[in-house]
Design a binder for this molecule. Structure first.
Ligand code: ADE
Ligand code: ZN
Length: 339
C-alpha cells in the first residue's frame, strides 16, 4: 500500500460506532488492576496472556473477555479503562465514538451499576474537555442470559437516561436469536432509548432479518452474513440501515479465513451503509486505523472507498443532523487537503 494512502487513512476524521469498552482492556492495565484489586489471573505474565489470544470462534474469545473483565471492580477502574481507550481513539483521529458497555458482566459479580456507568461517563466528559472527543454510551444486554435479566438491567438504566442513548445486544450469538428479546427492546424503545443489535456475525442472515423486523433496530452490528441473502441486501440498501463492520475481529474469530475474502468491498459495491470499527481492539490486534489499514491493503481499497467509509461512520451515528454535517465538513476539508 502506498505511503500516501496510509497517511490518508491515518488523518481522515472518523467516528467509531462499535467498540466494547471491556474489549479495550489492554493486558498491562489488566495486570495492574488485578494486582491492586487482589484478583487472580490464570496467566503468569502479559506474554502468556497474549499468547492465549488465539480464537477459533466467538465463544472462545468471549470466555477470555469475560475472565479479563473480572479485574474491573471500582468506578476508578472504569474511568481508567475508558480514558485509556479515548487516548488511543484520539491518536487515530476518531472525533466521535459510541461506546458499548455490558453491565451484566459486572453486576453479576457484585459491582454496582452506578460504579460502571459513572466511571465511564466521567471519562467521556473528561475526554471531551481534554481531547475534544464527542461520545455516546450504549448499554448492551448479554444475549446468553434470559430476557428477565435484560429487563432488570433496563430497570437500572432508567435512572441514567441522561447518560445512555441506546440499548444493544451482544455476546454468544448462535442459539440466542434476536426474537428472544422482543419485549425488552419494545420497552426500551417506549422509554426513549435508541436501539442496535449484534446480528449476522456468526449467526445467519435470518438473525439480521429478526433484528430489523422484530427488534426494529436502527443499526446492525457486524451484519457481514447479510451478504448471503440477496433480498436482505436489497432491503438494507433501500433503507440505508447502517452495518458496523470489524474486519480484524472477523478474521480473529474465523468469520473469514483471510482478509482478502472479507465482504466489505462487496458490501460497499451494493450500496450498503457500512463503516469500519474496532470491536474489541485489545483482543483482536488493532484500533480503528489498524482495521482500515489492513482491510485497505487486503482488498485494494482506494481513497474514494476510504472517504465513503469515513463519511458513512458519521452518517451512521446517533449524532443530530447538524452535528453530522459539522463532522462531515471536517472530513471534506481533510479530504481536499490530502488529495
Ligand atoms: N462482546 C464483545 N465483543 C463481542 C462480539 N464481537 N460479538 C458479540 N459479543 C461481543
Ligand atoms: Zn461487538
Amino acid at each position: 500500500m502506498t505511503e500516501n494512502l496510509t497517511q490518508y487513512i491515518r488523518l481522515i476524521p472518523k467516528a467509531e460506532l462499535h467498540l466494547h469498552i471491556e474489549g479495550s482492556l489492554e493486558p498491562e492495565l489488566m495486570f495492574e488492576m488485578a494486582k491492586k484489586n487482589g484478583v487472580k489471573i490464570k496467566y503468569r505474565s502479559i506474554e502468556e496472556l497474549q499468547s492465549a489470544y488465539n480464537f477459533n470462534n466467538l465463544q472462545e474469545f468471549l470466555d477470555l473477555y469475560y475472565a479479563g473483565a473480572d479485574v474491573l471492580l471500582t468506578e476508578k477502574n472504569f474511568y481508567d479503562l475508558t480514558m485509556a481507550y479515548l487516548k488511543k481513539a484520539h491518536e487515530d483521529n476518531v472525533l466521535h465514538t459510541e461506546i458499548f458497555f455490558d453491565p451484566q458482566t459486572h453486576t453479576s459479580r457484585g459491582v454496582k451499576f452506578e460504579a460502571v456507568v459513572n466511571g465511564i461517563t466521567r471519562a467521556l466528559e473528561d475526554g471531551k474537555k481534554q481531547m475534544d472527543i464527542s461520545s455516546q454510551l450504549i448499554m448492551c444486554f448479554l444475549r446468553h442470559l434470559d430476557e428477565k435479566s435484560a429487563m432488570e438491567t433496563l430497570d437500572f438504566a432508567l435512572n441514567h437516561k441522561d447518560k445512555i442513548i441506546a440499548v444493544g445486544l451482544d455476546s454468544s450469538e448462535l442459539g440466542n436469536p434476536p426474537n428472544k428479546f422482543v419485549n425488552v427492546f419494545k420497552r426500551a424503545q417506549k422509554e426513549g432509548f435508541l436501539t442496535v443489535a449484534h446480528a449476522g456475525e456468526e449467526g445467519p442472515a435470518s438473525y439480521v432479518w429478526e433484528a430489523i423486523e422484530l427488534l426494529n433496530v436502527m443499526r446492525v452490528d457486524h451484519g457481514v452474513r447479510s451478504i448471503d441473502d440477496k433480498k436482505l441486501v436489497e432491503e438494507l440498501a433501500k433503507r440505508q440501515i447502517p452495518l458496523t463492520v470489524y474486519p480484524l475481529s472477523n478474521l480473529k474469530l474465523k468469520v473469514v479465513s483471510d482478509l482478502k475474502d472479507h465482504p466489505l468491498k462487496k458490501m460497499l459495491n451494493k450500496n450498503l451503509m457500512v463503516s469500519i470499527n474496532s470491536d474489541d481492539p485489545s483482543y483482536f490486534g488493532g484500533y480503528v486505523n489498524q482495521n482500515y489499514l489492513e482491510v485497505a491493503n487486503a482488498l485494494n481499497l482506494t481513497k474514494d472507498d476510504i472517504l465513503t467509509l469515513a463519511k458513512n461512520s458519521f452518517e451512521s451515528s446517533f449524532l443530530s443532523n447538524s452535528e453530522k454535517q459539522r463532522f462531515l465538513n471536517k472530513v471534506e476539508v481533510m479530504n481536499q487537503k490530502l488529495r
